[in-house]
Design a protein around this ligand. Structure first.
Ligand code: AHM
Ligand code: MG
Length: 336
């Protein structure tokens, strides 16, 4: 069909979210407005990441350019863009960003009912060599609709209303869940719109890949070491798993979601809580995994049950295909 060369009925992310919201008659479109501001931030960062080499945005924080203006590093720039986009949406009350030590409380005139936790540019150590990086975000609702307090962002991950990430890779992909499945959208640069390209993503029940920084193996605990040993030397006759590790959480999780397998950032002797941050790394990715039919585990409990005490808290994390995480849970249970 010649007519098939052009899709004429485009499901943009805005249309998709408006459709979803229309199922909730009480919704007044606030969520769609909030999301459109997040999408704007993602488009900006995507453009900036693509231009990074050209514009010499890399590694120049604090340095001055020929005009004598200070140039900002990409992660600092991305953070500013997201904070400004979120505040100006008029729909947020508390923001927690990996880049800011303190939570940001939105001034009363611009305040809304949503709390957004985010890592504006995760994996930024990968920028200089062109490896995929991403933005991760999670959205909570203010607990009692009244005054905003820090407790409103210290809720367990299962209370999130929505979570997602945007990956700046060979294409720009936004993966989103609003609590009824997971959908992936790809930025069409000619339109400047995210188009639904991965409807209803389900992670394979069992995977053939494990993903971990094996350089930390000497400091691992027993269950992690046993699991990785099983991946490499299975005793039940099953084939050994492949190792894939990019070192950029968004890219490693995106592959895990699409191809199956397991991504782990475990505790080790040097970092007893692992490396990854609960609010804006562990929770959003765990939310997406569960919504796609996978699991996420901290070594002690379901990751989304964890109640954070501090906004930048860390936790060990094991997430991915249902059966693979089940194996890890069994190894931890046997340890007790
Ligand atoms: P960052 O927030 O400082 O960029 O660190 C987070 C990144 C994740 O993207 C990735 O999963 C992890 O660090 C990799 O850590 P390591 O280099 O220890 O394997
Ligand atoms: Mg990060």
């Amino acid at each position: 069909h010649a007519a098939d060369a052009f899709r004429t009925d485009l499901m943009t992310i805005t249309r998709f979210v408006l459709n979803e919201q229309s199922k909730h008659p009480e919704s007044r479109g606030d969520f769609s407005i909030l999301l459109s501001h997040i999408v704007l931030g993602c488009k900006f960062v995507c453009a900036a990441v693509n231009k990074a080499g050209l514009a010499k945005l890399i590694g120049l924080a604090g340095e001055t350019n020929v005009q004598g203006e200070e140039q900002k590093k990409l992660d600092v720039l991305s953070n500013e863009v997201f904070v400004k986009a979120l505040v100006s949406s008029g729909r947020t009350c508390i923001l927690v960003s990996e880049e800011d030590e303190e939570a940001i409380f939105v001034e009363p005139s611009k305040r809304g009912k949503y709390c957004v936790v985010f890592d504006p540019l995760d994996g930024s150590s990968n920028i200089d060599c062109g490896v995929s990086i991403g933005t991760i975000f999670g959205i909570y609702m203010l607990k009692d609709g009244g005054e905003s307090r820090l407790e409103d962002v210290l809720q367990p991950g299962k209370n999130m209303l929505a979570a997602g990430y945007c990956m700046y890779g060979s294409s720009c992909t936004l993966v989103l869940s609003t609590g009824s499945g997971v959908n992936g959208f790809t930025l069409d640069p000619s339109l400047g719109e995210f188009i639904l390209t991965h409807p209803d993503i389900k992670i394979p029940k069992k995977g053939k890949i494990y993903s971990v920084n094996e350089g930390n193996a000497k400091n691992w605990d027993g269950p992690t070491a046993k699991f990785v040993e099983k991946c490499k030397f299975p005793k039940d006759g099953s084939p050994a798993k492949s190792l894939r590790y990019i070192g950029s959480m968004v890219a490693d999780v995106h592959r895990t979601l699409l191809y199956g397998g397991v991504f782990l950032y475990p505790a080790d002797k040097k970092s007893p809580n692992g490396k990854l941050r609960v609010l804006y790394e562990v929770f959003p990715m765990s939310f997406l995994m569960e919504q796609a039919g996978g699991q996420s585990f901290t070594g002690k409990e379901r990751a989304l049950d964890l109640v954070p005490k501090k906004i930048h808290e860390r936790s060990p994390i094991f997430l991915g295909s249902y059966d693979d995480v089940e194996e890890i849970k069994a190894l931890y249970a046997a340890e007790e």
